[in-house]
Design a protein around this ligand. Structure first.
Ligand SMILES: [Zn+2]
Length: 430
């Protein structure tokens, strides 16, 4: 079955940065067959289903490179606290009461929020990951899942069983699920255990997703305990031999940045969470200048408190300018690339998604630009980053399937999700 999006302006995010005015996108099953000018389209496809894209702008879907999606349960629960107090006093005790079924409904809530914000792929690290996988299968979004690991402690074996079970999901959900190994951080994992995690990643042929250098305290404690920074520690343990997705990277010295660049580590920048937990400002401009792949993450809804990559994109660009005193820092074009193509690269999915071009999976969002804040229609990328909102996303397609049309979700029963989530919250949080 073919799907054609007609009369559509296209920001392709391909290498050359093509923009097509009044173009066309042809989707064959789950794959983009053509995206470009109407004049370049060879066949007519009279039997295809058609979507009129007039007044819309097509983009590759946003990529959320770091979240804990089931933490939507804890949205609004604990606020105005520093990371360590927030985790130890509030989040970890509440998480003790979570069940797998809770995680399923909480994931659907987070997936609904992400789809409505134009996110078509997310990278997650949390508990009950097979339940998250089940929700991903049901709602149609794309995900890179990692069972959060810390240790060693008494529950390590059970978690490793979950890691093995999660691996079986890579052949399900029409190939929309890939996996990573997710050691939580250097302050919740011992040196030996980090090496165990590396071994698991090698065995599974996947990369590593880890929180890194998020707070000043993490760096200070690491230097006291291990005699080096968290970045140097991971390098010395050999973790950077594998593809590594490092979330936060707020507190880095010059040598750290050099190590990250030389090792090809991908950085997930989470400005809302870093601001809200008062963790600091990541040196994004310097990382980009050094050629490091930096993409956006929202972190969990308990520390953001949204799952909108668009919000992170706008915020990151403004912070970079304000912090550096350079208004040219993190321009709109770069921010939009970080939210899409570089997001896909950060998750090793750049052959699959992140741009609108022939052969990529059809992960496409249509933005309704027929709104006052998009006029006059000058530079589309500037308007998106500095004027646009997540709520402007009208249609979302993942793997060729329409997950939202006219802002109506097609795969998630929101009344049921709200009902289940309310029930869970009153059980856990009272
Ligand atoms: Zn996180």
């Amino acid at each position: 079955m073919k799907l054609i999006i007609d009369n559509i302006d296209i920001i392709s995010m391909d290498e050359a940065g093509h923009f097509y005015r009044d173009g066309v996108i042809v989707i064959d099953g789950d794959t983009i067959e053509y995206a470009g000018a109407k004049s370049g389209l060879k066949a007519d496809h009279p039997d295809a289903k058609r979507v009129d894209g007039h007044g819309m702008l097509a983009l590759p879907g946003f990529v959320n490179t770091h979240t804990h999606v089931a933490m939507t349960i804890f949205r609004g629960y604990a606020n105005d606290m520093a990371l360590w107090d927030w985790l130890a006093e509030k989040i970890w005790p509440a998480e003790e009461l979570l069940t797998g079924e809770d995680a399923y409904w909480a994931t659907l809530l987070g997936a609904a929020e992400m789809i409505q914000a134009g996110v078509t792929t997310f990278a997650d690290m949390y508990m009950f990951m097979t339940q998250t996988a089940r929700a991903v299968e049901d709602c149609g979004i794309r995900a890179v899942l990692a069972r959060g690991l810390s240790g060693p402690d008494g529950s390590t074996d059970e978690r490793h069983r979950e890691v093995e079970e999660l691996r079986t999901w890579r052949t399900r959900a029409q190939g929309r699920i890939t996996t990573m190994i997710g050691p939580h951080s250097i302050y919740t994992c011992s040196r030996d255990y980090l090496k165990v995690c590396k071994g698991m990643a090698e065995k599974h042929g996947v990369g590593i997703h880890i929180h890194l250098s998020e707070t000043e305290q993490e760096v200070r404690d690491c230097i006291r305990e291990h005699g080096c920074t968290p970045v140097r520690l991971l390098m010395e343990l050999g973790l950077f031999d594998l593809p590594v997705l490092a979330a936060h990277c707020v507190h880095l010295n010059d040598e750290d940045i050099e190590i990250l660049a030389e090792s090809g580590v991908r950085v997930s920048h989470n400005p809302s969470s870093n601001l809200k937990l008062s963790s600091g400002f990541a040196p994004v401009t310097r990382l980009l200048e050094r050629g490091i792949c930096v993409a956006f993450g929202t972190d969990g809804a308990a520390s953001n408190n949204n799952l909108s990559v668009w919000k992170e994109m706008t915020l990151a660009s403004l912070i970079a300018k304000g912090q550096s005193g350079d208004p040219a820092a993190l321009p709109a074009k770069t921010a939009l690339r970080m939210a899409t193509a570089m997001g896909a690269k950060a998750l090793s999915l750049d052959k699959v998604t992140g741009s609108l071009e022939k052969g990529k999976k059809a992960d496409i969002i249509l933005i309704d630009t027929n709104k006052p804040h998009y006029f006059p229609k000058g530079d589309r990328e500037v308007n998106l980053v500095y004027s646009g909102y997540s709520q402007d996303v009208d249609t979302v397609i993942v793997n060729g399937r329409i997950l939202m049309a006219g802002r109506e979700l097609t795969t998630i029963d929101m009344d049921r999700v709200h009902y289940e989530v309310d029930k869970i919250v009153s059980r856990i949080l009272g």
